[in-house]
Design a protein around this ligand. Structure first.
Ligand code: HEM
Length: 313
C-alpha cells in the first residue's frame, strides 16, 4: 500500500484537490490485487476498483444502487473466476504463497478443488474488505483534522503505541457497519433473556461501541482513553464483530485493517503534506457505510521533502 500510495501521490500533486475516499480506494485495490497475485494493468485499474467498491458501497443505496451492485458483483465474480481457472490450467503461474494460488489449489472437504464459483467468491472475500478499509482511512484523516494536537504529537515522534490508541479510537468512535444480523441455530440465553432457536437477532455494533455502560464520554473522540484503559469486557468493543475469530464469524481481518490504518497515519503525517479542506464535514449517518458529508477533500497534496521517521508499533 505504501508503494502504491507514493505513486498515486505523484499524480495527486498535480491536483488542487483530491477526494480521499475514491483516491484511496484505487490505491488499496491496486495494492491488494498485486499482493494477492492478480496485478492490474493500468487500463483495468479503474474498472476493477469500481467493481470491488460496489460490493460494499452500492448495495444499500436504493434500487439503482442495488442493481448496479448486482451487475458489478457478477462482473467481479466472472473476473475472479477467470483467474482461478487460468491458474488451474497453467495459463497463469502466480507465486505459490499468493492468495490467488492458495485459493485456486485449496481442496474442499472431500479433497477436490473448490468449485470455481466458490473459489472466486473466496478470492473476493480477501480483495473486497481490503478496499473497504478506505472507509477507515478517510475516518483517520477526518479524526486527524479534528485533533490537531494529536496530529502534532504523532508527527513529532510519539510512541508507536499512541498511534495504536489513535486508530483504535477511530474504530470505536466512527461508524462503519451499524449492526450485524443473524439467526439463532439453537435456543440461547443472553443476560437472562431466553432466545428461541430460529429467531432473528441483531448485534448493535455502533451502540455497543458507544455504550455508557462501558465507555466514559462515549460520543467524544478520545484516543487518550486507550492509554489507561484495559479492555475489561472484550464484548464492549466490537467494530468488526464479536466473539473469537477462530471459531465464530468475527472478522479475521482486524489486524490487517489495523496495520493499514497505522500505515495511513505514517503516510498522512510523515510522508505527505496537504492542506485540509475548507471545512471539516459532519458525518452522513444516512449513508451506508457512513462517511463525511460530501466526502473528505484534501488540498494541494505533495510528497514530504524531509526524510521521515517511520511510525510503527
Ligand atoms: C474495513 C474494515 C473492516 C470491517 C469494518 C470489517 C467488519 C467485518 C464484520 C462486521 C464481519 C462479520 C462479523 C460477524 O458476522 O460476526 C466481518 C467478517 C469478515 N471479514 Fe471483515 N472487516 C474489515 C476488514 C476486513 C479485512 C481487511 C479482511 C481480510 C483481508 C476481512 C475479512 C473478513 C472475512 C473473510 C469475514 C467473514 C468471516 C466469517 O464469516 O467467518 N475483513 N468483517
Amino acid at each position: 500500500m505504501r508503494r502504491e500510495w507514493l505513486q498515486a501521490l505523484q499524480r495527486w500533486q498535480h491536483c488542487e484537490e483530491v477526494q480521499l475516499y475514491g483516491a484511496l480506494q484505487e490505491v488499496l485495490a491496486v495494492a491488494v490485487c498485486d499482493w494477492a497475485g492478480l496485478p492490474l494493468d493500468p487500463g483495468e485499474r479503474g474498472v476493477r476498483t469500481r467493481e470491488l467498491v460496489s460490493l460494499f458501497d452500492d448495495a444499500a443505496r436504493g434500487v439503482g444502487g442495488h442493481l448496479r451492485a448486482r451487475l458489478r458483483r457478477h462482473q467481479a465474480e466472472a473476473w475472479a473466476r477467470r483467474h482461478i481457472e487460468a491458474v488451474r490450467v497453467g495459463a497463469r503461474r502466480p507465486a505459490e504463497d499468493t492468495v490467488l494460488a492458495r485459493i485456486a489449489r485449496h481442496p474442499d472437504a472431500d479433497g477436490r478443488e473448490l468449485p470455481p464459483a466458490i473459489a472466486a467468491v473466496e478470492l473476493l472475500n480477501v480483495l473486497r474488505p481490503v478496499v473497504a478499509v478506505s472507509v477507515y482511512l478517510v475516518f483517520v484523516a477526518h479524526a486527524l483534522q479534528g485533533r490537531a494536537d494529536w496530529a502534532e504529537r504523532l508527527r513529532d515522534g510519539a510512541q508507536g503505541k499512541e498511534a495504536l490508541h489513535f486508530v483504535q479510537e477511530v474504530r470505536r468512535h466512527y461508524p462503519f457497519f451499524p449492526l450485524l444480523a443473524g439467526r439463532t441455530r439453537a435456543g440461547a440465553r443472553w443476560r437472562g433473556a431466553a432466545i428461541p432457536a430460529g429467531m432473528r437477532v441483531i448485534l448493535d455494533v455502533y451502540g455497543t461501541n458507544h455504550s455508557r455502560r462501558d465507555w466514559v464520554e462515549p460520543d467524544v473522540f478520545l484516543p487518550e482513553r486507550w492509554g489507561a484503559f484495559a479492555l475489561q469486557t472484550p464484548s464492549a468493543f466490537v467494530p468488526q464483530g464479536g466473539g473469537p475469530a477462530a471459531t465464530g464469524h468475527r472478522c479475521p481481518g482486524e489486524d490487517v485493517a489495523l496495520q493499514l490504518m497505522l500505515l495511513s497515519l505514517d503516510m498522512f503525517l510523515l510522508r505527505m503534506r496537504y492542506e485540509p479542506g475548507e471545512r471539516r464535514p459532519p458525518l452522513d449517518f444516512s449513508r451506508l457505510p457512513a462517511l463525511p458529508e460530501g466526502g473528505l477533500v484534501i488540498r494541494r497534496p505533495g510528497a514530504m521533502l524531509r526524510s521521515p521517521q517511520v511510525l510503527r508499533v
